[in-house]
Design a protein around this ligand. Structure first.
Ligand code: BMA
Length: 378
């Protein structure tokens, strides 16, 4: 009798554990857009659950060009070196606001649309940045003068109509990103990146925290509520930072943001960079967890990769203990001028190529085939 009782008890316990596990798995987190499409909700939820399990490696303009090549169908520097495409692709809209047919780095928008559709079809993730011109001066994103550019773009400002017309073009581009079945392809949109630096017209001291918050909110409101786009997740994105307060100084609020990230580049000694990356990711872990958002390294790189074991010795060690779900390497522009070469992932024959493959082959680091298995949109 006692024996049977015990058995019934352990079956009950077992069932409770199974139900508990199931409930934990089914516990959904939702994006900030209450009307987000099904695929967008799945993507958000799946990325959220990826924390501690995997870090997706991404690359800006990966399919368009690499070091010493341009527009070769199917080619990618990451694939050449590591055997697979990146798990997340970064693209850039700068120039779209002026009706250009190619962006500021020469990538034709029609090719970009196709690259995005192809990558989505293979199960990967898309993120888009926008180095938009200064609406007040008509010059580039890197034209911080005069102060007042952000105020001018806001409702009531002299350039609000112009800014809205630019957002209309962004909306048309986003709406062009559809699947074979006609559904919208979810996109992580990353406007006003590096917003604590002084180099962009929306950044640092070029506006007040309140103005930037308003611009961020207005932008999301316009795209989401006025234009009716419900396939976007929004990434809030600073440059390097050293405290929670500094990170959150211009944060528009949880209703407007889905992903929290920052950009960081190694430009000096390795030990200091490794330490800073680790510390800053630790701050981001805490901030994202407190706000129930997804942490990501929205841009990173060590230009020209002069250290042959940087990937496993420095980068892996710094990122592995943290919660980030992706890290996006900046573009392999290649030779820009006689003294200016830019690349952040290795190409065949580059001195860190073997180490990059080793890094990508670790269990934690994910490329495209591995995320396809995760079915991020389901
Ligand atoms: C920068 C450089 C530039 C490029 C810009 C926008 O970091 O790569 O060459 O024009 O990003 O993509």
């Amino acid at each position: 009798m006692l024996h049977r009782h015990n058995k019934a008890f352990s079956i009950c316990t077992f069932l409770l554990v199974v139900i508990g596990l199931y409930a934990a798995k089914a516990q959904k987190v939702l994006p900030s857009d209450k009307l987000a499409t099904k695929e967008t909700i799945h993507l958000y939820n799946n990325l959220f659950q990826l924390q501690h399990k995997g870090i997706m490696i991404g690359h800006q303009d990966d399919l368009a060009y690499g070091v010493n090549w341009k527009y070769e169908t199917g080619r990618s520097d990451i694939k050449d070196v590591a055997g697979d495409y990146p798990a997340i692709y970064g693209w850039e809209l700068g120039g779209l606001e002026n009706n250009a047919s190619a962006n500021l780095d020469g990538v034709p928008f029609d090719k970009m649309q196709q690259f995005i559709k192809d990558a989505y079809g293979r199960g990967a993730v898309i993120t888009i940045s926008w180095h938009l011109n200064n609406p007040l001066t008509g010059k580039s994103a890197w034209d911080p003068a005069p102060k007042g550019s952000v105020a001018a773009a806001l409702p009531g400002g002299s350039k609000n109509d112009l800014y809205k017309s630019w957002l209309d073009k962004v909306a048309i581009f986003m709406q062009s990103l559809t699947t074979a079945k006609g559904n919208y392809i979810p996109v992580i949109f990353r406007p006003f990146h590096e917003l604590n630096g002084n180099w962009f017209w929306w950044g640092g001291n070029n506006c007040t925290p309140e103005e930037l918050k308003q611009l961020y909110q207005f932008t999301v409101h316009y795209l989401r509520d006025i234009k009716g786009l419900h396939h976007l997740l929004y990434a809030y994105n600073t440059d390097r930072f050293n405290s929670k307060a500094a990170y959150l100084e211009k944060y528009p609020g949880n209703e407007w943001v889905d992903i929290m990230g920052f950009d960081i580049y190694q430009r000096g000694p390795t030990a200091a960079f490794a330490q800073e990356l680790d510390t800053t990711l630790g701050l981001l872990d805490a901030i994202a967890a407190e706000n129930n958002k997804i942490p990501a390294l929205t841009e990173f790189g060590y230009n020209q990769l002069p250290d042959s074991t940087w990937w496993t010795d420095v980068f892996y060690k710094a990122i592995a203990p943290h919660n980030l779900v992706y890290a996006l390497a900046w573009r392999n522009a290649g030779i820009k001028s006689k003294d200016d070469i830019e690349f952040y992932v290795p190409y065949t024959g580059q001195q860190s190529a073997a180490d990059f493959k080793k890094f990508c082959d670790t269990k934690l680091i994910l490329l495209e085939k591995e995320v396809k298995k995760l079915n991020l949109y389901k």
